[in-house]
Design a protein around this ligand. Structure first.
Ligand SMILES: [Zn+2]
Length: 111
């Protein structure tokens, strides 16, 4: 049997929690989905950066939040406007393919 150990960091805003106390947590699903989409976007960005700039590109940090993401990466020089356009085009292409694929799985329609 597969056991999953889950750690959740919480902030207690009022009152306090005792050891062994049973609590109920709720997830803000809208925020969670927004964060998940931005997380996916970091993967699309990384793949596109490597396609355009080269395989030497490495992730150097990131911040993924519901309303935005920041992605730090290594490269030898500033990204040119043309490279940036190509990166954006690739991300959008990959996203469109993903969306079609998700529609296929969701609705059984061919992409
Ligand atoms: Zn990931």
């Amino acid at each position: 049997m597969l056991e999953i150990l889950l750690f959740i960091l919480v902030s207690v805003l009022t009152g306090k929690i005792e050891v062994g106390e049973e609590i109920t947590l709720t997830v803000d699903t809208e925020k969670r989905h927004d964060t998940a989409r931005n997380h996916t976007a970091t993967h699309l960005l990384m793949a596109s950066l490597r396609q355009v700039l080269g395989n030497h590109v490495e992730q150097a940090g990131s911040l993924v939040a519901p309303a935005r993401l920041r992605f730090d990466f290594t490269h030898f020089q500033a990204v040119t406007p043309d490279e940036l356009n190509r990166i954006e085009e690739l991300i959008n292409e990959k996203y469109r393919k993903m969306s079609c694929s998700m529609d296929y799985h969701r609705y059984g329609k061919s992409p």
